[in-house]
Ligand binder design. Sequence first.
Ligand code: ADP
Ligand code: MG
Length: 595
Amino acid sequence: MQAALDTLRKVFGYESFRAPQQNIIESVLAGRDCFVLMPTGAGKSLCYQIPALLRDGVAIVVSPLISLMKDQVDALKQNGVEAAFYNSSLTAGEARGVLNALEAGKLDLLYVAPERLMMPEFQEKLRKLKVGLIAIDEAHCVSQWGHDFRPEYVQLGQLRPKFPDIPFIALTATADTQTRGDILLRLQLKTPDVFVSGFDRPNIRYTVVEKSKPQAQVANYIKAHEGESGIVYCLSRKRVDEVSEHLRKLGIDAASYHAGYSTEERSRVQNAFQKDELQVVVATVAFGMGIDKPNVRFVIHYDLPKNMEGYYQETGRAGRDGLASEALLLFSAGDILAAKRLISMGENPTQVAIELKKLNSIVEFAQGQICRRRMILSYFGETMLGPCMNCDICLDSPATYDATDDVKLALMAVYELRQRFGIMMVVDVLRGSKNARIMQSNFDDLPSFNKGKHYTVDEWMSIIRQVIQHGLLLQDAENYGILKLTPATRGILREGERIMLAKPRLKVEKPKKGKKGSSADMDDMDEALFKRLRTLRRELADKEQVPAYIICGDDTLRQMAMLKPKNRDDLLHVPGIGEKKADRFGQAFLDLLNG
Ligand code: ADP
Ligand code: MG
């Protein structure tokens, strides 16, 4: 396998394969079909790119999105690989040029849209050429069970028998077993070697905080992460626009993205984000698969996602480059009600039941007091030993306290208000507010009035939310969210039971030092030098008219800042710098480093 390793080093500038890559490449080189399930950012592309370079003939890569193809091809060209794409974005002249290069045997890789590939004339051309392998990227698009079914992908099933002598490799990051089986069936792979690696994304830190003043929480978080790319997911278009406007008012570089905007506006936002010309995108889940940006540093869920699959996928857009990143979920009990209401409006009762069950899992995750990563992995059928030390629970276990007296106070207030008001009124009574509604109704005469002065509004809200989660109070969604006592209160009010609650945790803190996903230790690195390297990369990228990360990733720059290479040989030891990049940009980097 020396040839594969040499290619990895010379062309891509990486020192060693990641765990499953080598076996997959061996299989493809041996001419066997493969099915590859690896999480986002794990490095699926190399699994067909390296065989493409080592096998005779051109490799055909099927990819669902024009933007993904363009990115991959740009990146390959920077490494000196002969790659092109063939899709509807090309002018007639460009398309001709690509076909000529193909027929002349000049291409190592050709990315095609599925509908192009399935055209009989195109297949006729391919049959006259030498094709080295066919790779089907984002293979879950072929399955109706998957989350991103594409009708164009279905016809790909007819392909296997037409090219009997070359290996097929199907790749996806999609999760569940049903979809997996469906992909194999539909693509008719020939007794494929199946490679399934774990779902863990160790460089992503999972954090859940109580949603208290969400707009301020999000704004503060982003301000503490100056210059870092991030996505904020909201459940509705309206919310997207509100949040993004709020952020812009505070001077944060944010834009909205949802299905209500024109195609042009959406691709403008996506491009700007991709090129680091826009820091934050506030979006509905419509902002999705095209996001192959490696340096997304945080993904915030402003609202509760509808299920674990969605949460895992959306948070998975953070940290594709393997550097430390964060997934932050703002969670409130009120969001559960809103989500339930939304789901229950569905027409199909079986579907509604499934969705409610899925919602329960994400609620358990958000409310749980055990390692977040363990919960995610166990949802996808993986077990984990020991704590992950890179989630909010492991890094900072919530302090609990005996809250019996506080809980009793809250329950009494609900009772005295005759179970006819929502959280806000209960808190106002406890805190002795003298607002008009309270004075008009003489609530200042209630025994619990002003008994809870010792806590802030936010602290009381947190306590009451937890009381709801413990099932002592019920929030009536159909009825303005009024609070009602449940039979479970009996234990506390009459039978002397005690109750422990988590101390309210409302602040979104800058993550403490924990495990890092990257080999680069950012403490030791020369931060100023890194910034200058970043500026240089930006200039090089502008000259080439590609996004900055196509020149090289942040990790590469960090390593450069640390290793301070003196010459071309040193530079080749920096991960992500292959021979071609050393030739093209090496001098510019060396001048800066040694100038
Ligand atoms: P996926 O398609 O699985 O989401 P990619 O193929 O886009 O992931 O790879 C993600 C990142 O990991 C890319 O920046 C890629 O260059 C990098 N990468 C892949 N393999 C290696 C390796 N063996 N060593 C270092 N970096 C790697
Ligand atoms: Mg990929």
